[in-house]
Design a protein around this ligand. Structure first.
Ligand code: HEM
Length: 181
C-alpha cells in the first residue's frame, strides 16, 4: 500500500487525538519500520490495519468507524492534492463512476505497484447509482468513508446504504440515492 495512506493516517491521528497517541499507535502496533513512512514508498497494507487496531484499543473505540473516519479524512486530502479529478466531474455520480475507469487508472500509471480495488457501477435510475467495491484487501469501510467525504465535497443531498457481499470487508455494494430538488 502506498505511503500516502500511512502518512495521512498518522497525520489524522495526530490532528484528532494528539502527538502522544500517534506515537503510541506506532510503538504498540509493532509495524515494520517504526512508523517512518514516506509518501512515495510502498508498505504492507496489513500495517495500516495494525495501526487502526492499536488506535481503537488506545481510545476504546471499535475499529470499523475509525477506518470510516479515516476514509473521510483521506477524501479531503485527495480534494486538496488532486483537485483536477474532482473539478473534471460535475456530479458526485460522475465522479464515482470515474474512479475505476480513470482515477485509479491514472494512479496505476504513477505507481505501477499500487494495490487498487475495483468499482463496478450500475445506474439504476437517473437519481440512483449502485457502486460495487471489490478488493483483495478488506477496505470496504475505507471506501464508505471516502464516499462520505466525496458527498460532502459535492454538497449534494445523497442517501447511502450498503450491503456486504462477503464476511471480511472485501466486497460491498453501495446504493446511492440523490434527492431530487
Ligand atoms: C482523487 C481521488 C482518488 C485518488 C487520487 C486515489 C488514489 C488511491 C491510492 C494512491 C491508493 C493506494 C494504492 C495502494 O495502496 O497501493 C488508493 C486505494 C484505495 N482507493 Fe482510491 N483514490 C481516489 C479516490 C477514491 C475514492 C473516491 C474511493 C472510494 C469510493 C477510493 C477507494 C479506494 C480504496 C478502498 C483503496 C484501498 C485499497 C483497496 O481497497 O484495495 N478511492 N486510492
Amino acid at each position: 500500500m502506498k505511503g500516502i495512506v500511512f502518512t495521512e493516517f498518522l497525520e489524522m491521528v495526530e490532528e484528532k487525538f494528539g502527538l502522544e497517541t500517534a506515537d503510541k499507535v506506532i510503538t504498540t502496533s509493532k509495524v515494520e519500520n517504526g512508523g517512518a513512512y514516506t509518501a512515495v514508498g510502498t508498505y504492507n497494507h496489513k500495517d495500516i490495519l495494525e495501526m487502526v487496531t492499536a488506535l481503537a484499543s488506545l481510545i476504546n473505540s471499535p475499529v470499523s468507524p475509525l477506518v470510516k473516519v479515516f476514509g473521510h479524512h483521506l477524501a479531503k486530502v485527495f480534494v486538496k492534492k488532486f483537485p483536477d479529478f474532482f473539478s473534471s466531474q460535475k456530479t458526485l455520480f460522475d465522479f464515482l463512476i470515474s474512479i475505476d475507469g480513470y482515477i485509479h487508472v491514472e494512479v496505476r500509471k504513477l505507481y505501477p505497484e499500487a494495490e487498487l480495488p475495483t468499482f463496478s457501477h450500475r445506474k439504476i435510475r437517473e437519481n440512483c447509482l449502485e457502486l460495487t467495491y471489490k478488493s483483495q484487501r478488506p477496505f470496504a469501510d475505507l471506501a464508505s468513508g471516502l464516499i462520505d467525504g466525496c458527498i460532502e465535497h459535492y454538497g449534494e443531498k445523497i442517501k447511502v446504504s450498503y450491503q456486504d457481499l462477503d464476511d471480511n470487508g472485501c466486497h460491498r455494494r453501495f446504493t446511492l440515492v440523490r434527492e431530487l430538488i
